[in-house]
Design a protein around this ligand. Structure first.
Ligand SMILES: [Ca+2]
Ligand SMILES: [Ca+2]
Ligand SMILES: [Ca+2]
Ligand SMILES: [Ca+2]
Length: 363
């Protein structure tokens, strides 16, 4: 409580990114998203799913200050809002421009956090949830997601423990996986030789509902193709087109089971002028040919959208983090056929300035 109050006071005084800006990132973590600049463009980014840090089956939100401070705040869902304003769950996690993601890496039902350093010292650090805080940072891998590879999290072999993925993209678009043993990540293993090429955006989710997370690549822009490679439990199979037109231009793509049938659906946040949210439900073999608008305007301007089941009804909802000086968090709950915005904000001060919220699609 105290630490957060100080941050609030300082932020109110200067209205700038007080506890994010620090000395320049060291060389090792430099290829990541700069800690002291707004996230934008298509060159680099990452996206994470929601975490349930206290294990009560409602997804919560987390914010990483990164930079020099490495503070991590959690606000737990009550089902109608995110509770708490100073809940510091760690003060030594995810520094500088590391990419912070969530996942249940030890499979105890409570979500943990992982930080990817990338660059030329590609360490992956994990802090396990105790249900009330994150434990000490532990190095779970020393050579995973090097350089500018895109990190992601998912349970690709379906054993109940989340694993880590790295997408190389570009021409040599290898997808690497390191399986969780519950105490560390195993060796990086190629699970696909050519997936999410060029500047495609990779997303991880269980699109066919078999309990193993699959990989999806969105080309966006004028092509707006969507490719899927299903997990066999040991690798990702041949890529198949699941949609010929979804998430065009600079729309931010995500995956979430928005209708609660056990299969992850495709969600696109247009942002910009229209800011529409479009859904293409998974049939288990493809995404619906005719995507439908589920919400007219969401996550406008620079707000960060995210997906998670915040009220615990089994259907994924959408969040929007305004960040900056306002730092509001809004939620629109899934009805199974649309997203309905709740009249009240779910938090009045969370993920301020350029803090990284999760769940968040940060491209
Ligand atoms: Ca929870
Ligand atoms: Ca696993
Ligand atoms: Ca679904
Ligand atoms: Ca829900």
């Amino acid at each position: 409580m105290e630490a957060r109050s100080v941050a609030v006071a300082v932020l109110g005084a200067s209205m700038v990114m007080t506890h994010v800006v620090g000395p320049a990132p060291d060389v090792a973590s430099r290829p990541g998203v700069p800690a002291d600049q707004p996230l934008s463009g298509a060159a680099d980014g990452f996206a994470g799913r929601a975490g349930d840090f206290d294990g009560n089956r409602r997804d919560d939100v987390v914010a990483f200050t990164r930079g020099e401070g490495g503070d991590v705040y959690v606000a737990r869902s009550t089902g109608t809002r995110f509770d708490g304003i100073g809940d510091l769950w760690s003060d030594t996690f995810a520094f500088w421009s590391q990419a912070p993601l969530t996942g249940d890496f030890d499979g105890d039902g409570r979500s943990d956090v992982a930080a990817f350093a990338r660059g030329n010292k590609p360490t992956v650090t994990v802090a396990l949830s105790t249900g009330r805080s994150f434990g000490p940072p532990q190095v779970w891998a020393t050579s995973f997601a090097p350089n500018v590879e895109i990190p992601a999290v998912g349970d690709v072999n379906g054993d109940g423990r989340d694993d880590v993925l790295a997408f190389r993209r570009g021409h040599d678009a290898v997808v690497s996986v390191a399986l969780s043993t519950g105490r560390s990540f195993g060796a990086a293993t190629p699970w696909h030789g050519h997936f999410a090429t060029g500047a495609s955006i990779p997303v991880v989710g269980d699109v066919n509902g078999d309990g193993r997370d699959d990989v999806v690549a969105f080309t966006r822009y004028g092509a707006a193709d969507v490719a899927v490679a299903l997990s066999t439990g040991r690798s990702f199979g041949r890529a198949a087109w699941w949609s010929g037109w979804f998430a065009e231009d600079q729309a931010l793509p995500g995956l979430g089971d928005v209708n609660g049938d056990g299969r992850a659906d495709a969600v696109a946040f247009a942002r910009g002028r229209s800011a529409e949210v479009t859904v293409a439900l998974s049939t288990g073999r493809s995404f619906q040919r005719r995507p439908t608008p589920w919400l007219a305007s969401w996550a406008t301007r620079e707000a960060v959208p995210g997906l998670g089941d915040f009220n615990g009804d089994g259907r994924d909802d959408v969040a929007a983090f305004t960040r900056g000086g306002r730092a509001d968090v809004h939620v629109a709950l899934s009805t199974g056929g649309s997203f309905r915005e709740t009249p009240e904000r779910w938090h009045e001060y969370f993920a301020a300035a350029t803090e990284i919220p999760q769940p968040g699609i940060l491209w």
